[in-house]
Design a binder for this molecule. Structure first.
Ligand code: CA
Length: 223
């Protein structure tokens, strides 16, 4: 899941660095702060998709920070890091509004998997990238190779669904259901028509095509 915005709030410099590096290599856009006050400020100023939040922090601890974000209806997913496998800590974290927790020490792969899972669950992914295509789900904008692409609301929803499933084949039936709704009377032909519109706007030569037809199966977005 590329293009996630992740805020790491961790006061232990070595661990913060390791976590930040792993997330960056995984394609995320990472910010790191080392205390709870700065964490809160940063999370509110520019809400990330996921906050990786240490429990024990100077100035404002992880539980208080988590409560504050939830009180202010922050849209960010929260993955709490706890040093102890003590049940009360986990319960307190989840009670405070964390979406998941991870007990230290942890494998970095596990952290990446948890961050992705939290982002998926909380509908995160403000800026999504596939090759030179950038879709900003918050601002509803699309760029290809640095140029803005104007899409209708339906085209945008269709593209967003393909981008969120990049690298996977998505059936026409599924696209119809997700973009036009369960109750639609439209048929799969409308999906074909809109895929054609998207290709005309996005995949114009010399850009290499990103939307591929998989015969009898559906469509896949990939570079
Ligand atoms: Ca700590």
């Amino acid at each position: 899941m590329a293009g996630l915005r992740v805020l790491v709030v961790e006061d232990e410099p070595t661990l913060a660095r390791l976590v930040a590096r792993a997330l960056t290599e995984d394609g995320s856009d990472v910010r790191v702060v080392h205390d709870g006050q700065l964490g809160l400020k940063s999370a509110l100023a520019e809400p990330p998709d996921v906050v990786v939040l240490d429990l024990m922090l100077p100035r404002l601890d992880g539980i208080a920070l988590c409560r504050e974000l939830r009180r202010l209806a922050s849209p960010s997913g929260i993955l709490m890091l706890t040093a102890r496998d003590a049940v009360p800590d986990r319960v307190r974290g989840l009670d405070a509004g964390a979406d998941d927790y991870l007990v230290k020490p942890f494998a970095l792969d596990e952290l990446l998997a948890r961050v992705r899972a939290v982002a998926r669950r909380t509908g995160g992914g403000g800026t999504l990238r596939v090759d030179d295509l950038v879709l900003d789900a918050d601002r509803r904008t699309v760029n290809r190779a640095g140029s803005a692409v104007q899409l209708s609301p339906t085209e945008f929803r269709l593209l967003e669904h393909l981008v969120r499933n990049a690298g996977r084949v998505v059936a026409k039936e599924r696209l119809l259901e997700r973009v036009w709704g369960d109750e639609t009377e439209a048929t799969e032909n409308v999906v074909e028509t809109y895929i054609h519109y998207l290709r005309t706007k996005l995949d114009r030569p010399p850009a290499k095509p990103l939307i591929h037809t998989v015969r009898g199966a559906g469509y896949i977005l990939r570079s």
